[in-house]
Write a protein that binds this ligand. Structure first.
Ligand SMILES: [Zn+2]
Length: 355
C-alpha cells in the first residue's frame, strides 16, 4: 500500500520502483486506485488503467490536475536511487522526471486536502508516451466526457516547478518543385527540379518567424526545412524535388491561419499538408489560472513543443503545465527529479487549493 501522508519524495521513490512502461501500467494503477480509495472525500472511478478521483464540495470552480502513469522504456535506470549530486538532493531513475515526480505530488495533495476551496478532479492516466489512439486521456474523453469538465487543467509534466502556459501548434508540409527529366549529358534538354528548390530554400532563409503575444505570453515561432529529397540516378536531370517544412506556430492560430501562412510563403509551388496538431492557448487570463499563478509565484513561460494541454484546449479547457524536474531530463538515461522541486510543487498546490 502506498503511503500518501509521509514524505512525498519517499512516495516518488516508491512509485518509481513500480515499473510502468507504456502498456504495463496496471500494477501502478492498482496501487494508485487502492491508495485513493482510502480517502473518504474522494470519489474514485477506474477506466482501464486510468484512475480518476474527484472531490464533491459543491464549489463554484472545478479544476483538473492530471498526470500520466506510464514511462518510456527502462534503460538500466531502475530501481531508483536518492543521492546528492552537485549539491542537490535528487531521485534518479526512469520516470522520476517524466513524470512520477508530478504524480507523487498529485497523490500527496489529493490525500492532504479533504476540503479544497475549488473542487478537484485528479486524473492519473495511461499510454501518454505512445501514439494518440491509445492515449488514456483520449479514452476518458470518449468514455467519461463529464469527468473532464473543468475551468482549468494543470498537467504535472516537468517544468522545473514553473508555470508553462499552453503549447505551440505544429504542422508539416511537402513543398514540391518539378522540371523535365533528361540525360545529364544533354542536360539542356531537361529542367532541373533540384535547382528549382533553391528558391524554396531562399524563401525559408529569408523568412522571419513571428513572435506572437497570446494571453500575455510571448511565443516564438519557427519555420524550418527538416528533409529534402530528389534525384533518381547519377546521370539523370531530376524532374521532382521535395522539401519537407515544419512550422511551429503560436497557439492563437487555427488550422486555416497556420496553413495559410505556409501557402503564402510558398506561393507558386505545389504544397501538400502532411500533418497538423493545433496548439493550446495558455488561458492565463481566466480567474482560476490567475489564482494559480499567484499561488505558484514567479513568471509564467510559454511551453515549446506539444503536450496533452492541447487535448484539454480542444475540449475548451485552458491548460498549463506545472511540475517538478527539468523538462530537459525527460526520457534521458540519467533522468532525475530534485527533491526540492517536489516540495515546491506540493506547497504551491496546497496554497492554491486552500486559499
Ligand atoms: Zn510526460
Amino acid at each position: 500500500m502506498l503511503d500518501l501522508t509521509g514524505d512525498p519524495v519517499d512516495l516518488l521513490q516508491a512509485i518509481t520502483d513500480v515499473e510502468s512502461v507504456s502498456g504495463n501500467e496496471k500494477a501502478l494503477a492498482d496501487l494508485v486506485e487502492e491508495a485513493l480509495r482510502e480517502s473518504p472525500h474522494l470519489e474514485v472511478v477506474r477506466d482501464g488503467d486510468a484512475v480518476v478521483a474527484m472531490t464533491r464540495q459543491g464549489r463554484s470552480e472545478r479544476v483538473v490536475i492530471a498526470g500520466h502513469l506510464d514511462t518510456v522504456p527502462v534503460a538500466r535506470n531502475l530501481p531508483s536511487s536518492r543521492r546528492v549530486v552537485d549539491g542537490e538532493d535528487r531521485v534518479y531513475g526512469r520516470g522520476t522526471c517524466d513524470m512520477k515526480g508530478g504524480v507523487a505530488v498529485q497523490l500527496a495533495v489529493a490525500a492532504a486536502v479533504p476540503s479544497p476551496v475549488r473542487d478537484v478532479t485528479w486524473i492519473f492516466y495511461d499510454h501518454e508516451e505512445v501514439d494518440a489512439e491509445r492515449n488514456g486521456l483520449n479514452r476518458l474523453a470518449t468514455h467519461h466526457p463529464e469527468l473532464l469538465t473543468a475551468d482549468l487543467a494543470v498537467l504535472m509534466e516537468p517544468t522545473a516547478a514553473a508555470i508553462e502556459g499552453g503549447c505551440q501548434g505544429t504542422l508539416r508540409v511537402a513543398v514540391r518543385t518539378s522540371g523535365a527529366a533528361a540525360h545529364s549529358a544533354r542536360s539542356w534538354l531537361g529542367s532541373n527540379a533540384i535547382h528549382a528548390a533553391g528558391e524554396v530554400l531562399r524563401r525559408l532563409e529569408a523568412y522571419e518567424a513571428a513572435q506572437v503575444l497570446v494571453d500575455g505570453l510571448l511565443y516564438r515561432e519557427g519555420m524550418n526545412a527538416v528533409a529534402i529529397s530528389g534525384g533518381i540516378a547519377g546521370n539523370v536531370v531530376p524532374d521532382r524535388c521535395e522539401v519537407v517544412v515544419n512550422y511551429r506556430f503560436a497557439p492563437d492560430k487555427d488550422e486555416a491561419a497556420a496553413v495559410g501562412e505556409v501557402r503564402r510563403l510558398f506561393e507558386g509551388y505545389e504544397v501538400e499538408l502532411l500533418d497538423l496538431a493545433l496548439g493550446a492557448r495558455p488561458g492565463l487570463d481566466r480567474p482560476a489560472a490567475r489564482a494559480f499563478a499567484e499561488a505558484v509565484g514567479g513568471e509564467a513561460r510559454p511551453k515549446y513543443g506539444w503536450t496533452d494541454v492541447a487535448r484539454f484546449s480542444a475540449l475548451g479547457i485552458p491548460a498549463v503545465n506545472f511540475g517538478p524536474a527539468s523538462p530537459t531530463k525527460a526520457h534521458a538515461d540519467d533522468e532525475y527529479c530534485p527533491a526540492a522541486d517536489v516540495y515546491a510543487c506540493r506547497d504551491a498546490l496546497l496554497r492554491w487549493l486552500s486559499s
